[in-house]
Design a protein around this ligand. Structure first.
Ligand code: UDP
Ligand code: MG
Length: 327
């Protein structure tokens, strides 16, 4: 069996060699054939140079490099598209996903699971961040059609048919946690101890995390639109009731002018609610805008090993496994 290990890398020069060494050690303990497919997501440090060096040393190493930073989602997509293995393992370069787990994952896969999902414990992580994540999952699972599990990230093994299923979803706005949950197929989850990042720094600033969270919420379902509708109905009913009450009071007591504070509060509250609802609609319109443009998810600047001239001349769309990124 050929196992493709897909590794998105963005400014990972400090960890690359250590990662490759440990991955190689783990691969040596297993009987399966390996390919290590690194995707350089437009790194600005020595990552690309490091990958060229690794590819020259180790025939199992292949890489492609993006023309700029397109984000981890795009990098994973490129990796899945170009992986030729019977199974694909997605993992980070920073050794937070221990390569030692590939062996048990493959064994679980052999028991008939199409997705073997690693779930990390949150020990050693900042209290604020784990608290925020916990709340996020609670919120998201209320609002989303697919279920997301806290601690489950992109570290997982996918069978060939699961990979093909993910690749059949061509949306521009990719939220892979949702996509992986959406495709279904027999899946199993196991827990591992979260390792802290050894070197380099996490690319997730709180702002980036917030946006990622919102993306997840919006790109997976239309429930926020429904919520806006409910809120609007609720406000409308409240407003009608209040108006009836005021008009009744006018009949009973005549016009009493005071009410400036109430009026202002109502105006401000309604304006705020409207803005939120328009923004929710706007989020979807923005997504439609990106979907209809049908731009590629990423642009490739360099691949290795270079596809042969014959492979490049082959008609597009054939399933030549060693052609890097025909799309
Ligand atoms: N990554 C990427 N493109 C990006 C950001 C991150 O390919 O724009 C890669 C990064 O190199 C790493 C993985 O995605 O291999 C996870 O990133 P990071 O460790 O920063 O995230 P965290 O582990 O903190 O969630
Ligand atoms: Mg990390």
């Amino acid at each position: 069996m050929l196992i493709s290990v897909v590794v998105p890398c963005f400014n990972e020069q400090d960890v690359l060699d250590g990662f490759h060494r440990r991955l190689g050690e783990c691969a040596a303990t297993m009987d399966d054939a390996f390919e290590f497919l690194f995707v350089d997501d437009g790194s600005e440090d020595g990552t690309l140079a490091g990958l060229r060096r690794l590819a020259a040393q180790d025939p199992r190493v292949r890489f492609l490099s993006f023309s700029r930073n397109f984000g981890k989602e795009a990098a994973m997509l490129a990796g899945l598209r170009n992986a030729s293995g019977d199974v694909v393992v997605l993992m980070d370069a920073d050794l937070q996903h221990p390569p030692e787990l590939i062996d048990p994952m493959v064994r679980l896969h052999a028991q008939g699971f199409d997705q073997v999902i690693a779930r990390r414990t949150r020990t050693g992580e900042g209290t604020m961040r784990s608290l925020a994540s916990r709340w996020y999952y609670r919120l998201v699972n209320r609002f989303m059609d697919v279920e997301l599990v806290d601690g489950v990230g992109d570290f997982r093994l996918l069978s060939r048919r699961a990979v093909d299923a993910v690749l059949a979803l061509t949306e521009s706005n990719r939220f892979s946690k949702g996509l992986f949950a959406w495709i279904g197929f027999p899946a199993t989850t196991f827990t591992y101890q979260n390792a802290l990042r050894e070197r380099g720094s996490s690319k997730w600033t709180p702002g980036r995390l917030l946006n990622y969270g919102l993306d997840g919420l919006f790109s997976f379902n239309s429930r926020p639109l429904r919520t806006a509708l409910h809120l609007g109905l609720f406000l409308l009913l409240g407003a009608v009731g209040y108006a009836a009450w005021i008009i009744g009071a006018v009949f009973v007591r005549g016009v009493d002018t005071p009410g400036y504070a109430t009026l202002l509060t109502v105006v401000v509250a309604l304006a705020g609610a409207h803005m939120v609802m328009v923004a929710v609609v706007g989020e979807y319109v923005g997504r439609i805008y990106y979907e209809v443009k049908r731009r590629p998810h990423y642009l490739v600047k360099e691949v290795a090993p270079q596809p042969s001239a014959a492979a490049l001349c082959a008609p597009a769309g054939d399933a030549e496994p060693h052609v890097l990124d025909p799309r």
